[in-house]
Design a protein around this ligand. Structure first.
Ligand code: FAD
Length: 453
């Protein structure tokens, strides 16, 4: 492979292989044999062509913040890192578009466009770490998805390298455009299994001039969840409605932000727009509904620094929960909004039944809940697996989906059949074969392993 790859930078020391064998999914580690660091599209093509020629599995990888094991090289081979392709190529305020390489860190991109008075809404809480290429592959969401939608809603076009190494231009640069099948829609969310995004054209919107943020405190999580549903039913559309349950609050309390005593759950509600009075009206209406729903207290962020402190606390929920027990499995199920309270109630109950701590937090406004199972060690794993399976079945029975934003990857491939019928899974397998006839690009992801008869 070294000879085939010419001057493409590669590493195969133990430290690098160990690093690239791990992501944020808490599934097992899978080490590659070589990590190649693409500098441009030609490097990506070269690595893919070499791998196809020699029958070597190859897995795209970016910041490894993924939570479904998508970047793990399950069958070894080459990890193809896109991190060094990290240039913002163009921000065009007139067309409201931007073109970037895939390794651009989301937060850096958001800052760059905001400096020009523009706005890129998708905001996974890993924004300081994750890349736009990883976001495209997972169709990442985030708190603001409630009002603004997810990554797919902002991708206009892609430069795409097929597993064979062939380069395609997919999509458009215009706001409208319906020529041919919507392949951009298919490739966004394809979890690094259908090819590699080497250039991304994104749609931007004008930056809202005003933002107001409130932290609403409740006695318990069910009350808070019911209040979230009530707010949405009352016709108010904030940009975030983030839920924190009692376990999550305990995990982050005092880490830069102190919650009031007696807080058993909280909702971070944020509105944005250009007219201050309009925002006040929305907040007031929300406040009334929250109060009727049993809110104990509402704290308003008085300025940007208070708002940032609150969001900084929200962003460390995942790592703080991990500090509570040695192991954590983080699910990202999504249910219809009306089913949020029932989902939370049933997850807590199944946790209690299995003797496990379940923390539920997340983007409750759009039904996307991060249900986390915390446990001490491998001896508890069998009951964790039972609880997880039950959680997925409950979700699907409520009309929900097993993953709202993290992707199926490796972690959830055995649950796909809970949600999708065999005919649909088989159609998707055919699409994978059409793109990647040798099955060498990111093998083993999304679909359950086929039974050998
Ligand atoms: C603390 C924390 C909070 C998070 N919060 C959110 C959240 O709010 N919302 C959310 O949606 N996710 C969230 N995530 C999950 C994660 O950050 C996202 O899935 C993110 O999009 C992954 O980006 P990455 O650059 O780390 O990609 P990686 O993890 O390296 O890779 C993810 C997948 O993308 C593929 N890939 C990477 N680059 C490319 C490319 N250029 N072309 C094709 N395929 C590629 C890989 O093969 C893999 O399948 C969170 C993670 C953490 C750790």
């Amino acid at each position: 492979m070294r000879a085939e790859l010419g001057d493409v930078p590669v590493k195969d020391d133990e430290g690098t292989l160990t690093t690239y064998g791990h992501d944020e999914s808490d599934t097992a580690d899978y080490l590659p044999q070589l990590v190649a660091f693409a500098r441009d599209t030609a490097d990506v093509q070269r690595v893919l062509r070499a791998c196809m020629k020699h029958g070597v599995p190859v897995t795209p990888v970016a910041a490894r913040s993924g939570k479904s094991g998508g970047s793990l090289p399950l069958e070894g081979g080459v990890s193809l890192s896109l991190e060094r392709m990290n240039r913002i190529l163009e921000v065009n305020p007139e067309d409201l578009t931007a073109t970037v390489e895939p390794g651009v860190i989301l937060e850096a991109f958001q800052k760059a466009v905001e400096e020009k008075g523009l706005f890129y809404p998708p905001d996974p809480n890993s924004q300081a770490m994750c890349t736009l290429g990883g976001n495209i592959a997972e169709n990442a969401g985030g708190p603001r998805a409630l009002k603004y939608g997810v990554t797919r809603d902002y991708v206009l076009g892609l430069e795409w390298v097929m597993p064979s190494g062939e380069k395609l231009d997919v999509g458009r640069r215009t706001i409208k455009g319906v020529a041919g099948y919507d392949l951009t829609g298919l490739l966004v969310g394809s979890e690094g299994t259908l090819g590699i995004a080497t250039r991304i054209t994104l749609q931007l919107i004008p930056r809202p001039l005003r933002v107001m943020t409130a932290l609403v405190i409740f006695k318990d999580v069910l009350q808070a969840a019911r209040a979230v549903s009530a707010v949405l039913a009352a016709g108010v559309l904030p940009r975030t409605l983030e839920l924190l349950d009692d376990v999550s609050i305990r995990a982050i309390d005092g880490r830069g932000f102190n919650f009031p005593r007696g807080a058993g759950a909280a909702v971070i509600a944020e509105v944005d727009g250009n007219v201050e009075e309009g925002l006040f009206q929305e907040l007031t209406r929300m406040g009334e509904v929250f109060e009727q729903g049993g809110a104990l207290e509402t704290l308003m962020a008085q300025d940007d620094s208070q708002r940032e402190k609150l969001w900084a606390a929200r962003r460390v929920v995942s790592s703080s929960l991990r500090a509570m027990k040695k192991h954590k499995i983080s699910e990202d199920i999504c249910v219809p909004r009306s089913k949020i309270p029932e989902a939370i109630e049933r997850f807590k109950a199944l946790g209690a039944r299995h003797g496990l701590t379940v923390a539920t937090y997340g983007h409750a406004g759009d039904g996307n809940l991060h249900a986390n199972i915390l446990y001490e060690g491998p001896h508890e794993r069998p009951k964790v697996d039972l609880a997880l399976e039950e959680m997925m079945r409950v979700t699907v029975s409520l009309g929900g989906t097993i993953t709202g934003e993290h992707g199926v990857g490796l972690a959830k491939r055995n649950f796909l059949s809970f949600e999708q019928r065999p005919e649909l899974i088989s159609l998707q397998r055919s699409i994978k074969t059409l793109f990647d006839p040798k099955g060498l690009l990111n093998p083993g992801k999304i679909f359950p392993p086929e039974k050998i008869s």
